[in-house]
Every structure is written in C-alpha cells, then in structure tokens.
Design a protein around this ligand. Structure first.
Ligand SMILES: Cc1cc2nc3c(=O)[nH]c(=O)nc-3n(C[C@H](O)[C@H](O)[C@H](O)COP(=O)(O)OP(=O)(O)OC[C@H]3O[C@@H](n4cnc5c(N)ncnc54)[C@H](O)[C@@H]3O)c2cc1C
Length: 341
C-alpha cells in the first residue's frame, strides 16, 4: 500500500487548496472526498470568490480540483470513517465507492467542513435541497445577503428563535422587509432582541412547515401545518451548523468547549511541525495550518465586542495567550458593560 506524505480528508475549497499547495511542494498527496460540500450543489453564481467572478459553486469546485490534479495531487471519491496510528504512519479506513478501502499516510490534514441543518418540511429535511444554493432559499448571510437587497424576506428559524431574530436584524442591512418564522422547539426570544425586532417592525410568526410551494428553483411560499401560507420573494434559513470533528476526536485532538476548534493546533501525540492538524474553518481560503502570532491590539478589539469576542478569544487562543490576557487584565469594563446591554 502506498505511503503518501499527506492524506487530505475533504475536497471542498479548503482541502483542494491544501492539496494543491502540498503537491506544489512536491509532496505525494492523496485527497479523499465524499463530495457533500455545499459548493457541489450550488448552481447559483458566486460573486465574492477572488479570481473567479460569477462562477457557480460547481464550477469553482471543478477548477480547484483540476488545478490540484494538474500539480500532481491524487484525488479519489471516498469516505473516511476511521483514522488510527500516529505521525509517520497513519492508517485511514473507509470506502471508495462501494468498496471498503484503506490508505496510509505520514501526515493527515482534516478539511471536513461544516454540517448545516436544513429546516424540516413535514418532518423531512430533503425538500429544501431543491432550492438551497439554486434559487431563493439562502443559508449564508455573508455570502448571500447581497442577493436579497430590497426583497420581501422570511427568515426560517429552524434552530433557536434567538438566532433567527439576530439573523433577521442583520438582514435589515440589505432589506427593510423582513419577517421571522419560528419553527423549532426553542421559541424563546430575549426581551432585548424582541425590542430590537419591534423597533424595526419585524414580525415574529410561529408554525410548522408542512410543504414548500414553488416552481423549479423558485420558492414562492411556505405552507404551514395550520393551512396558512407565507409568501415571500426570498427565504433565509437560520439553523445550527457544526464542524465535522469526529475524525479529529478519534485522533485525540482536544476540542474547545464549543466543540468545533482544536484547542491547540498540534496533536499532542505528535508535536512536530509536519503533523499539525488543520480543522477547516468553513471559510474559503482561510485555512490555518499553524498558529498565527496574535497581537494584544487584536485581542483587545475582540474583547471589546463583549461576550462573542470573549468566546472567540477563548476558543481560538493558545493557553499562553490566555495567560497573557489574564496577566494584563484585558477583560475590560467596557466588554462587561456590553454584555449587560
Ligand atoms: C448556499 C451556500 C452558498 C454559499 N455561497 C458562498 C459564496 O458565495 N462565497 C463563498 O466564499 N462561500 C460561500 N459559501 C460557503 C462555502 O460553501 C464554504 O465556506 C466552503 O464550501 C467551505 O469549504 P470547506 O472546504 O471548508 O468545506 P466543504 O466545502 O464543506 O467541504 C468539505 C468536504 O469534506 C467532505 N468530507 C467530510 N467528511 C468526510 C470524510 N469523513 N471522508 C471524506 N470526505 C469527507 C465533504 O463531503 C465535503 O465535500 C456558501 C455556502 C452555502 C451553503
């Protein structure tokens, strides 16, 4: 069995970029991917990917794959279910198509992306596939927010209602016509958020989705269990997403409390620079392989954001940086005040 220099698990933009760079550096690299990343299903044009204006997700995937292959990366369609061993000789086991398969590599790079949860329609999450990434059912505010400028938009709260409320408020940057539909069990919205929604005239509706009403790639309305219909020009999903960290966990990577980021970038059993693990960030071209030096001013800016900034600091910083924060009393009063409001 070939012993590759690196096995990359995951062939979205992060994994393909990593494979390209490794191949360019003359490493023998194998990329294993089961092709479930969002861009494989995104037929809409993306406008914010550098160097590829107006390419669809599918085209972006194709181009990244072709470039990595051209440089010598070997790419296979397969699924990895377990990784054992240690730096120098990892054994990856899974399936290539219908056939059980094993691969060996000196180092492993995980670029397995993020799993997103779709809203359920009469208990089934698959009806959303007909519209996600293809028409007017959106998931990613950063990527897709500009698509809804001025449009009558419904935020489908498939996770906690508080998140849906926050997303709706954020979308008012693009359109004043926003409503929230809370579908999940967690219907609580904090008084502070409720006040902000009221100030901006955002109504909050509640109900279970019974059917999606639309034509090819164009969602027109949500039919609710009580028979009513909510029509809109655009629909935005608010739901939870989680990093696919199962393989990292198997290898003993210690995760931060949020469960998504490696607490330290190094796997403890193999603290050599070559065996640094990367948890794909879910952001194209943002693919940290080694810890970045972080200045005090960056930490201060994060902490000034209040609770979210503090969580980010806790999850992303090394113990040494956290000690630095404590020693320099960087949890400012301003940060605490922002929490309280
Ligand atoms: C609807 C939508 C629109 C978007 N639009 C934009 C946009 O306009 N611009 C932009 O920059 N970003 C956009 N994004 C975000 C972008 O798609 C993601 O940031 C990007 O795909 C993340 O890349 P990734 O490589 O980290 O993960 P992914 O693309 O999720 O790739 C991970 C890959 O790993 C594979 N995998 C996971 N586990 C295993 C395993 N055990 N074995 C084998 N393979 C495995 C998965 O099948 C998947 O193919 C959009 C996202 C969505 C959902």
């Amino acid at each position: 069995m070939t012993l590759y220099d690196t096995a990359v698990v995951g062939g979205g933009p992060a994994g393909l970029s990593a494979a390209l760079h490794l191949a360019w550096q003359d490493r023998e690299v194998l990329l294993i991917d089961r092709a479930t990343g969002p861009l494989f299903y995104t037929l809409e044009k993306l406008y914010n990917v550098p160097g590829m204006p107006e390419a669809t997700g599918v085209e972006i995937q194709k181009r990244l794959k072709a470039q990595a292959r051209e440089r010598g990366a070997e790419i296979v369609f397969g699924s990895v279910v377990s990784i054992t061993g240690q730096a120098g000789d990892f054994l990856l086991a899974g399936a290539q198509g219908a056939k059980a398969q094993e691969w060996r590599a000196r180092t492993v790079l995980l670029a397995t992306g993020v799993a997103r949860f779709h809203p359920t329609v009469d208990g089934d999450y698959t009806p959303c596939f007909a519209y996600a990434g293809k028409g007017n059912l959106y998931y990613c505010t950063d990527c897709e927010g500009p698509e809804i400028v001025g449009k009558d938009t419904v935020v489908i709260g498939a996770g906690p209602a508080e998140w849906a409320a926050t997303l709706a408020l954020g979308l008012t940057r693009y359109t004043p016509h926003v409503r929230v539909l809370v579908t999940g069990e967690d219907t609580a919205i904090s008084p502070h958020r409720a006040e902000q929604l009221a100030e901006r005239g955002i109504p909050v509706l509640q109900g279970e989705i019974k059917a999606l009403v639309g034509e090819r790639h164009d969602l027109k309305a949500l039919e609710l269990a009580d028979g009513s219909r909510i029509a809109a020009e655009a629909f935005f999903v608010s739901s939870s997403a989680r990093g696919r960290t199962d393989l990292a966990t198997q290898l003993g990577v210690e995760l931060a409390p949020g469960g998504e980021l490696a607490k330290e970038w190094k796997i403890r059993r193999a603290p050599t620079p070559e065996s640094l693990f990367s948890m794909a960030s879910g952001i194209i071209y943002q693919q940290p392989i080694a810890p970045q030096p972080i200045s005090a001013s960056v930490i201060r800016a994060q902490l000034a954001r209040g609770a979210p900034g503090r969580d980010a600091v806790r999850e992303m910083m090394s113990p040494a940086v956290l000690r630095y924060i404590d020693q320099h009393h960087l949890y400012s009063d301003q940060a605490h005040q922002q929490d309280a409001t």
